[in-house]
Design a protein around this ligand. Structure first.
Ligand SMILES: Nc1ncnc2c1ncn2[C@@H]1O[C@H](COP(=O)(O)OP(=O)(O)OP(=O)(O)O)[C@@H](O)[C@H]1O
Ligand SMILES: [Mg+2]
Length: 254
């Protein structure tokens, strides 16, 4: 199916377009001829079994990995990101599967990692300002942590995930990539993250969601992209497919 047939007609180019992305690690082919477009205000789910290549897609978009070949376009313009700071500067935020938080630092420093606030001629860290803003944010998102001064290494897995999601939500301007954002979360926390994803969509951000929970994928996504062993086996509109169809696309069995 041509890429244009996978999405409704828009006059704007998609926020993100991946074209013919290949990625190999030594002899391992992680991704082959991968194409995907994501529109503003759209949640696209990326599903597939372990090792299918999902996190590799996220890391390539984020600039953490470089494709072996293929093109990325942001708002219609070709881009290459040398590293994640360049994708962040373009409004892209990522919740990585392995979280990428600074364990020894308090929550508020993690929230401002790479964008630390400074004050005065000596450019001292504005800890008070960062603490206040972080406290406001974790309260607004209902992230339940003992204190924004707590070190990340002293938080539970679910609390760390909450911090990573709050950080991405706060800084995203264009696109949010979430790699298994609720894998470590309980029922109530998962519901809060899902509400958060809906509000990002209402803010007209584009969202790429990786999840092994098909129920969650069906609750949140507009389209579902299925990867099997590095190959895209299809993209479906969520309201025009079924759990059974997606499962057979993931496994290759029908
Ligand atoms: N840095 C790396 N070096 C070598 N091989 C890698 C590297 N990163 C990923 N791979 C390989 O690429 C393939 C795709 O991995 P990837 O992490 O993208 O899978 P995934 O779909 O995210 O899986 P999961 O659901 O388990 O998170 C796997 O075969 C993996 O072993
Ligand atoms: Mg992964």
């Amino acid at each position: 199916m041509p890429a244009a047939a996978q999405r409704p007609e828009h006059s704007q180019p998609p926020v993100l377009a991946l074209e013919g992305i290949h990625k190999t690690f030594g002899g391992v082919v992680a991704l082959q001829s991968f194409d995907l477009e994501i529109e503003a205000g759209e949640v696209v789910a990326l599903v597939g079994d372990n090792g299918a290549g999902k996190s590799t897609v996220v890391k390539i978009i984020a600039g953490m990995l470089h494709p072996t070949s293929g093109r990325l376009r942001l708002d219609g313009a070709d881009i290459t990101f040398a590293d994640p700071s360049e994708s962040q500067a373009r409004g892209i935020q990522v919740v990585y599967q392995d979280l990428a938080l600074a364990d020894g630092q308090p929550v508020y420093m993690n929230m401002f990692l790479g964008r630390e606030r400074v004050i005065g001629p000596l450019r001292r860290l504005d800890r008070r300002g960062m603490i206040a803003e972080t406290a406001e944010l974790v309260q607004a998102l209902d992230v339940r942590i003992p204190s924004v001064r707590a070190r990340v290494r002293d938080l539970s897995g679910g609390q760390r995930q909450g911090v990573a999601i709050a950080r991405a939500t706060h800084w995203a301007r264009k696109l949010v990539l979430m790699d298994e954002p609720t894998a470590a979360l309980g029922v109530a926390e998962t519901a809060r993250v899902e509400a958060n994803i809906r509000s990002l969509k209402e803010r007209n951000l584009a969202i790429l969601l990786i999840s092994h929970s098909l129920d969650q994928v069906f609750r949140l996504s507009d389209r579902i992209c299925v990867l099997r062993r590095g190959v895209q086996v299809g993209v479906r509109r969520t309201n025009a497919t079924s759990n059974n169809e997606i499962v057979s696309m993931i496994t290759g069995l029908s």
